[in-house]
Design a protein around this ligand. Sequence first.
Ligand SMILES: Cc1cc2nc3c(=O)[nH]c(=O)nc-3n(C[C@H](O)[C@H](O)[C@H](O)COP(=O)(O)OP(=O)(O)OC[C@H]3O[C@@H](n4cnc5c(N)ncnc54)[C@H](O)[C@@H]3O)c2cc1C
Length: 457
Amino acid sequence: MSANKTHRKSAAMRGLETPPRSAQCPQRVVVLGGGIIGLSTAYYLAKRGHEVLCIEKESQVGMLASFKNGSFFDSTLYSSWADFSAVYRKQTHSTKSKKSAFRIEAAAWMDPAFWAWGLKFMKNSTSRRAKENGRKIRDLGFYSQRKLQELIRMHPELEEAMEQTAQGTLELFESTGERDEVMHSDRIFHCLENRIPLQPLEAGEAACLEPALNPKVLSPGAMYSSTGTNGDVHKTCVALWNLCRQQGVMFRFDTEITDILVVDNHVVAVQAQNGDLIEGDSFVLALGNNTPRVARLAGVKLPMYPVKGYVLSVPRNTESSAPPLQCNVYAGGNALVSPMRDNTMRISGGADFAGFNYKSDPKRVAWLFQQAKALFPDNYFDESKLESHVCLRPVSADDVPFIGQTMVENLYVNSGHGSKGWTLSFGSAALLADHISGRTPEINIEKFSPLRFGLFR
Ligand SMILES: Cc1cc2nc3c(=O)[nH]c(=O)nc-3n(C[C@H](O)[C@H](O)[C@H](O)COP(=O)(O)OP(=O)(O)OC[C@H]3O[C@@H](n4cnc5c(N)ncnc54)[C@H](O)[C@@H]3O)c2cc1C
């Protein structure tokens, strides 16, 4: 092939409008990244009739952010993390310990990328933007839930493979003040507008629904969402990999992309570490936390930052008189607890800004475990079997994912899903596949445009 010219900066901002698309179909599409987002994108592209090649640097699918997460699949809980009013609410309603859910480490303070991202994040944290962004995320989440249901109808084996276990989600409140504020929030109005069933519960009703919990934490009442479910994100990746292969998607593992060759604002090939050039008509960046680094090789800037979180797995103590957990339990974002098929519980939380740092901090593990323990009767967990895992959330500067075309005409992005990537994956992928195929997507893709930050936003 004759890609003899590399224009790294050729995609620099030239205006803020999405450039016109050439709706050529079918095409050869190269999807970079074999996490939950890349796999779902590859699947929907293949369904639309494209020839799809998925490239992954690891030796199998779903080994990074999509390896182990909080396992929640519930769009009703989601708001944008970029929200000053949420920080204010936490300070008003919470105990002292709640402040430590977020932590900024020295490495981040000294990291120019953190400052660049952080300033944009703050700009998006006004109540008006947070409300708009929360609605964008949930609209995508509701769509994603519909797409998953559709997928399960077509491939019933997927439901079993995902290991859905939780029978809804129970949202807890620290006080009646917090409960009342949440009940009147735009998140709840938005869910109701979309006919998502949400049920406010008195303490006694919540205790009947989820007898595993310590009755004390239910005293302000709770909120039940019957549509919430859970499962194992890695097993979902493996199931999607199988579905992709059935649709003819080709895979190349152990292949790290190290360069993008752009000629006249058009990607002609990507280059692997071993020097191989991989050609295609269109390219999708679904590289999780690595997306901004690789996008930059084509001159595309994406404000994203890795936010470290912890996932703990721990079984129930068989001597505990409290029954096994049935629902997901959402304790104000401080600790998310979810029952898994293997009789363990997943506990997730913590948002540490520390750059690309996968180091586990025992104090953070202990803090998170403490948050979860406070929700259950004494000795509910078998602490001797506690396992912890660290992962990084790819968070965009308004916490809304980047889905769509970049300034390089055949380079697309599907990334930046932060703490909600599994839940949003099916909708994001279907949306982008429709867009690339020249079809009108079911929801407005412009809201997720990778160009939306322009120069100042
Ligand atoms: C603590 C925690 C809890 C979470 N809980 C939930 C939850 O309860 N519910 C939910 O919906 N979401 C949750 N998430 C978020 C969710 O897990 C992520 O948003 C999602 O997994 C991101 O998927 P991805 O495909 O974008 O990234 P990844 O899974 O990281 O995939 C990117 C892939 O690209 C590959 N790659 C990177 N660079 C290259 C390269 N140069 N060349 C080739 N391949 C490359 C990587 O190896 C990787 O496989 C949580 C995240 C964390 C950290």
